[in-house]
Design a protein around this ligand. Structure first.
Ligand SMILES: *Cc1c(COP(=O)(O)O)cnc(C)c1O
Length: 391
């Protein structure tokens, strides 16, 4: 084996299998060291004064954090990446890096609830004007641009309600005005959609989900274009953002199997979504990989796959019927977060977290995360659940 990694030519799975430092840099060990560090000892006063050491302080980077940053930068096709302590912190740091007092910020109405809360509760306190828009707006977004618009924040599909957005059209319109485009791409991950290839400046991942993949840690990543990177790095440094080395290491471990796991989530998710579509208890399936979904054409054009997360709208039912269905499930745990190996279910009410569009489903919304279990077992579990619903 040589130290040369011909990453430019290798496929995605190959790159993820070989990402990080070459084994020869660390005595032949395949994995990078887990560096627990605050202090770095310098060889001279000059080094301390001129900050010429490769590593200066634990918070500003270690071999462990670099290994994950480089992996994400390569996967995203970015100029550079910062790591954050959670997906939400990735969002807040990204937004702080592209807004200032007097800025106008445009946010898709379907964003993750805590993203909206950060915008409404924090950014507004610092004089940012936040405006939500219908995610279906497409290139018409340019009608909403003002002279003060500094950033556009997208999430496609929405992780609760699964509306797609025309990212190339919106990003193109924003870029021609010098507006920074940030996207929460946790759903597709850069395996199935690379935001920076489509005009986005800041690509955000809740690495807690599929990157880490095992429901055992919290971490976020923001990968930036050349133009957006300096402000992103500066914001991250000024806030003192740091991630513990064990979580960084375990995220890198998760990424080795990311394409493999996602392929399974994709296949099982679509299989189960299609089966649910045939069920009379289900009024609508919200999954952009299904031909029946309003976002399907955009999904097919821009994305190369889907993860295991989607939602169904049930026919109207009582709370007791819904509880009989959900609480009796054997393999779908009732829980937030997703992207781990296990299946999950949640019954959120989107009406309280949208302001630019209306939520008008007749029955309750059920969000499913299809995990790595055998899909036949999951279908049998859901089948028994739907029987309890109407029973
Ligand atoms: C979970 C999630 C986040 C937040 O990630 P945490 O690591 O839990 O803070 C952000 N965006 C989306 C779409 C998510 O699903």
């Amino acid at each position: 084996m040589t130290n040369e990694k011909p990453f430019g030519r290798a496929g995605l799975a190959t790159r993820l299998a070989h990402a990080g430092p070459a084994p020869s840099e660390y005595h032949g060990f395949v994995n990078p060291p887990v560096v627990h560090a605050s202090t770095v000892i310098y060889d001279s006063l000059n080094t301390a004064k001129n900050r010429t050491s490769r590593y200066m302080y634990g918070r500003t980077g270690t071999p462990t954090t670099e290994a994950l940053e480089d992996t994400v930068t390569d996967l995203e096709g970015a100029a550079g990446t910062v790591l954050t302590g959670s997906g939400l912190e990735a969002i807040s740091i990204a937004l702080m890096s592209c807004t200032q007092a007097g800025s106008h910020l445009l946010v898709a109405d379907n964003v993750y609830g805590p993203t909206r809360r950060f915008c409404d509760k924090v950014l507004t306190r610092f004089g940012v004007e936040v405006e939500y828009f219908d995610p279906a707006v497409g290139a018409e977004i340019d009608r909403l641009f003002r002279d003060t618009t500094s950033a556009l924040f997208l999430e496609a599909p929405g992780s609760l309600t699964f509306e797609m957005q025309d990212i190339p059209a919106m990003a193109g319109a924003a870029r021609s005005r010098g507006i920074t485009v940030a996207m929460d791409n946790t759903w597709a991950t850069p395996v199935y959609f690379r935001p920076l290839d489509h005009g986005v400046d800041l690509s955000i991942q809740a690495a807690t989900k599929y990157f880490a993949g095992h429901s055992d840690l919290l971490l976020g990543t923001v990968a930036a274009s050349e133009a957006a990177l300096p402000s992103l790095r500066e914001t991250r440094n000024n806030f003192g953002v740091n991630v513990g080395p064990d979580d960084v290491f375990n995220t890198l471990r998760g990424m080795r199997t990311l394409p493999l796991r996602l392929a399974r989530h994709f296949e099982s998710g679509v299989t189960i979504a299609r089966w649910l579509e045939t069920r009379p208890e289900v009024a609508r399936v919200r999954h952009p990989a299904l031909e029946s979904d309003p976002g399907h054409e955009i999904w097919k054009r821009d994305f190369s796959g889907a993860c295991g997360l989607f939602a169904i709208e049930l026919q109207p039912c009582t709370d007791a019927q819904l509880a009989a269905f959900i609480e009796g499930l054997a393999y779908f745990g009732i829980g937030a977060s997703w992207g781990g190996f296990e299946s999950l279910v949640l019954c959120p009410d989107p009406s309280s977290i949208r302001t630019a569009t209306n939520w008008d489903a007749a029955g309750p919304l059920v969000r499913l995360h299809v995990g790595l279990e055998d899909p036949e077992d999951l279908i049998a579990d859901l089948q028994a659940g739907l029987a309890r619903l109407v029973g």
